[in-house]
Design a protein around this ligand. Structure first.
Ligand code: G4P
Length: 524
């Protein structure tokens, strides 16, 4: 292979930040972009959201709610690495897209608020990363405020998440008394709020502060030293192999807002973060990123950036080789070939036409309706298909009908396309064939309603039926309709497979006890 191309690929680090809303994802992203020189002022990412596409209908929802529907991609260079950060929308805009984004990264950075510990959304996203076996790096944020005890946080990580942890550094004090971090990995102390020349203090062979410093006389220093001794004796050892297999998470303490510990985190992260990883095809053949032929898969489709053109952008994670604008690619599902002249890349402060991109990068291809989520595109002669993206178990459900029955043709067409696109999941009741939609996050319903209205000209009536526990059935032939009751519903999914929708976990267990021969399972 072309050495230059190989070097380019090996420079890539592609990751997502997983966290619960308000843990500090935006703040840390800004600092990272700032270090990478991609933005001049830390503090410009948030303001951008109302920027460029403010006139489009798509962004109406964003504007109304003051949130970002787009999970964008940000790229910057640091220490001879090219870093791609994929945003994972959270809170009300949490959706299947958020999960699918995690299919396109090689590692994840988990941000935890020191005062809150592991929160619900972090846990959900963590599970998806864990299932993929990708490395997870933890940043415990907001040390400039009083939070939980560091040892308790470490324990929580291991207990709630079931992952081993290794503290790369350890806080000395916290909140108003935050003095700095003891950097176990680099063997130094990093001082909080100090002159750059005094930022690092050396430690001696015994692990003690090696210079005369007022910090030494504080109880915070003594406590930190006691904790570190405990970690040295009873904690896990640092093990790079375990980090790379996702079995051990390196933990960093810091404060994103005050930009403390972020740069050290970035540098250490880059030292261990994986380069672009191979991916399996449907036939279980492994495609190496250094393979010369371009290939990639679509993990997200964003529609109607500009309603005047009805355009969509398909986000492609490049798995192997190099993409050049103007090249011909084959869409594996249909065998059709396209010359790609319109492609885009996502930078922190703008979106620009991309001429070339390599394995590890994300590009956006303009789409007029040819692509679907999960599609494989290849540049070489031999078309193949990457393994399927997983489907995720929806938690929220609504019954949906067209307000005007005369519009039923448009209604069904719209639903079919939006389901195919992966915007929403489709179910129907058994005899009455009422349509039920399932989603991972509420926003998916809002986007659905908005798009049905704007793109298919159909007003829909949505009747929430609340959150349900959806379970598929391994031995479908054993299922009988009489098994349903007031706390469960039997429906079919878009592939005509039976699905039970239980009222809650309790109803699920009750069912399982009563019909123990029925083998239930959930998607991810
Ligand atoms: P998110 O993207 O994960 O949702 O979190 P974001 O970065 O927006 O941070 C949420 C809030 O937490 C923000 O405050 C932010 O300033 C604050 N924050 C982030 N990192 C730290 C930290 O290290 N220390 C402290 N003390 N606070 C931190 P806000 O008041 O909700 O928003 P804003 O008005 O400052 O934008």
């Amino acid at each position: 292979m072309d050495i230059k191309l190989q070097d380019e690929i090996l420079k890539r680090r592609t990751f997502a930040i997983i966290s619960h809303p308000d843990a500090g994802k935006t703040t840390i992203t800004e600092k990272l972009l700032y270090f990478g020189g991609a933005i001049r002022d830390a503090g410009t990412v948030k303001g951008k959201k109302s920027g460029k596409f403010a006139t489009s209908d798509w962004m109406e929802i964003e504007k109304q709610r003051g949130i970002s529907v787009t999970s964008s991609v940000m790229q910057f260079d640091y220490n001879n690495c090219r870093i791609n950060i994929l945003d994972t929308p959270g809170h009300q805009d949490f959706s299947e897209d958020t999960y699918r984004t995690l299919m396109a990264v090689d590692s994840a950075v988990m941000i935890v608020d020191a005062a809150k510990g592991i929160e619900a959304q972090t846990l959900k996203l963590f599970k998806v990363c864990r299932m993929r076996g990708i490395p997870i790096f933890t940043f415990i944020n907001k040390l400039d405020r009083q939070g939980k005890e560091p040892l308790a946080l470490m324990e929580e990580l291991e207990e709630v998440l079931g992952i081993q942890s290794y503290a790369m550094n350890w806080p000395i004090g916290m909140g108003k008394e935050f003095l700095g971090i003891y950097d176990r990995f680099h063997g130094r102390i990093e001082q909080f709020r100090t002159e750059e020349s005094e930022r690092f203090l050396p430690i001696d062979e015994d692990g003690e502060l090696a210079v005369d410093h007022s910090m030494k006389a504080t109880s915070y220093y003594t406590e930190a030293m006691e904790d570190i001794m405990l970690l040295n004796e009873a904690g896990n050892d640092f093990d790079e192999k375990k980090v790379l297999s996702g079995d051990l998470t390196p933990v960093f303490f810091g404060s994103a807002l005050t930009n403390f510990g972020v740069q050290t985190f970035l540098e250490t992260y880059l030292q261990f973060a994986p380069t672009p990883q191979p991916r399996m095809t449907e036939k279980e053949e492994e495609i190496n990123p250094l393979n010369e032929d371009f290939s990639g898969f679509i993990f997200k489709i964003q529609a109607n950036m500009n309603p005047a053109h009805r355009d969509r952008i398909a986000f492609v994670r490049i798995v192997s080789g190099r993409f050049d604008r103007g090249m011909t690619v084959t869409l594996a599902r249909t065998g059709k070939t396209y010359k790609v002249t319109q492609s885009t890349q996502f930078l922190a402060d703008d979106r620009e036409t991309v001429e070339t991109a390599v394995a590890g990068d994300i590009i956006g291809l303009y789409d007029v309706g040819n692509y679907q989520i999960g599609d494989t595109v290849v540049g070489g002669k031999k078309a193949f298909t990457y393994e399927k993206l997983p489907q995720f178990t929806p938690e929220l459900f609504v019954k949906v009908t067209a307000k005007n029955v005369l519009k039923s043709k448009h209604f069904h067409k719209g639903i079919q396309q939006l389901v195919q696109e992966g915007a929403i999941q489709y179910y129907k009741t058994l005899h009455t064939e009422e349509i039920i939609l399932g989603a991972v996050g509420q926003l998916q319903f809002e986007v659905f309603e908005h798009r049905m209205n704007n793109e298919y000209n159909v007003e829909v009536r949505m009747e929430p039926i609340g959150s349900k526990v959806a379970r598929w059935i391994e031995n479908e032939e054993e299922v009988k309709e009489s098994m349903t009751g007031p706390r469960s519903m039997l429906v079919k999914d878009r592939y005509d497979k039976y699905v039970f929708l239980f009222e809650n976990e309790f109803a699920t267990r009750w069912f399982q006890d009563k019909y123990d021969h029925i083998k239930l399972y959930n998607l991810l």
